[in-house]
Design a protein around this ligand. Structure first.
Ligand code: FAD
Length: 388
């Protein structure tokens, strides 16, 4: 693969740099890092800006507000925004998972209804896959959907649903065939979170943020027109979502990890730890890891451009990224010594590393635990025998 930009890509990169420089304060890239999550309404305004300027949905079809460009442009966008730590698009789940799934399996009406709103930040999606007793073993989903005329009536409970407290819609995996086993008899629904019978209860994460939720569904009525794919064929649709969750996001996360690495180096310099040969060794090791990850991502990007769909190789990136992120944030916090125990105002960068380290714990669980991803890599990438 040629890593240099083509003339068109170079032009796109330079336009994007100028746009970011004009939209963000001049010292944005050099400021002290932000701690915790972004303010929701500010993130929504930023998303609208991105959409109006044509930077949301670079690879999405033009008729739904995208630009129809190749994934390389999305890669450039992610590198450039990470380089100066620009705010993210607000629709993490809509943009990365619900949207691509609707593009692949949705009806023309579903595309018309949802895609533009996801890109502009008007419609926020959450993902209702996990249940108590159904996480890694997603095929054991128990939330029921029973057909009554033109509607499905949904009953059950989901858990760990990120953004459900602010979401307008949920991609919900349900069991529509009573008594069906495993991945048979599942149906994938788009559920309006404002429907009667949807109750969202926030859960507090180790960081202190109430960023994910329990979702209780009691006699929630969902029009049959909100089924994505075939009734009973929800497993295949859910696999599209998961491949995008692990694949497409891999590039974004790696780009952000580069920015975090630069902060680690800066922290080593500020704390005086940069002259310690053991610290230098560990930082150099991390640098090598990150370069490996970067080039693995370029390979996934090449494969994606050839096939149009992310493959199981995305699991390598997610696995490696989440573990490298934990090593990086733990090392950074260690460099602070006893000050690493402080939090909030007065702490180094207002407790930025403490927050990052705590948040990184969830990275090896969400979007597939490391154990599950190792199984996928072993079975589906390397072709080794099934583990069970
Ligand atoms: C921050 C965060 C955000 C999340 N957001 C969402 C969301 O928005 N929507 C959503 O639906 N879910 C979400 N999740 C849930 C996440 O997808 C699940 O937690 C994950 O799939 C693991 O499932 P579990 O918690 O039931 O653990 P379990 O499946 O019970 O696993 C427990 C342990 O056993 C191991 N294990 C299980 N099966 C095997 C096996 N076959 N081989 C080897 N080891 C195994 C696991 O790796 C793990 O270490 C989120 C989780 C986190 C932490």
């Amino acid at each position: 693969m040629d890593f240099r930009d083509s003339p068109d890509e170079a032009e796109f990169r330079s336009e994007l740099r100028s746009w970011l420089a004009a939209e963000l304060p001049p010292d944005w890239g050099e400021r002290e890092p932000h701690v915790g999550r972004w303010d929701f309404e500010a993130a929504r305004r930023w998303t609208r800006n991105l959409f109006d300027a044509g930077y949301a949905g670079l690879t999405w079809p033009t008729e739904y507000g995208g630009r129809g460009l190749s994934p390389t442009y999305q890669g450039i966008y992610l590198e450039e925004t990470a380089r100066i730590d620009a705010p993210d698009h607000i629709g993490v789940i809509g943009l990365g998972m619900a949207g691509p799934t609707i593009i692949a399996h949705g009806t023309p009406e579903q595309k018309e209804t949802h895609l533009r709103g996801i890109l502009s930040g008007e419609t926020i999606f959450c993902q209702g896959f996990s249940e108590p007793g159904s996480g890694s073993d997603l095929a054991s989903v128990r939330t029921r959907s029973e057909r009554e005329g033109d509607e499905f009536v949904v009953n059950g409970q989901k858990v760990w649903s990120s953004y459900a407290h602010v979401a307008d819609y949920c991609i919900l995996l349900t069991r529509s065939e009573a008594g069906s086993q495993k991945h048979r008899g599942l149906t994938y629904l788009l559920v309006d979170m404002h429907s009667e019978g949807v109750e969202v209860r926030p859960l507090r994460q180790i960081t202190g943020d109430p960023e994910f939720n329990e979702v209780f569904l009691t006699d929630v009525r969902v029009p049959v027109s909100n089924v994505v794919g075939e009734v009973g064929g929800g497993w295949g649709v859910a696999m599209t979502t998961l491949l995008h969750e692990r694949g497409t996001l891999g590039f974004a996360l790696t780009a952000r990890l580069d920015a975090l690495f630069r902060r680690l180096v800066s922290t080593a310099q500020k704390t005086g730890a940069a002259s310690d040969p053991l610290v230098r060794d560990r930082i150099a090791d991390l640098y090598v890891d990150l370069q490996g990850l970067r080039f693995t991502n370029y390979r996934s990007l090449t494969a994606l451009m050839k096939t149009g769909v992310p493959g199981p190789e995305g699991s390598v990136a997610k696995l490696h990224w989440s573990e490298a992120n934990q090593r990086l944030t733990s090392l950074a916090r260690e460099l602070l010594g006893a000050d690493g125990q402080l939090d909030g105002e007065g702490a180094f960068w207002n407790g930025y590393w403490q927050y990052q380290q705590l948040r990184s714990r969830g990275n090896t669980i969400e979007a597939g635990t490391s154990e599950i991803l190792r199984n996928i890599v072993a079975e589906r990438v390397l072709g080794l025998p099934r583990s069970r």
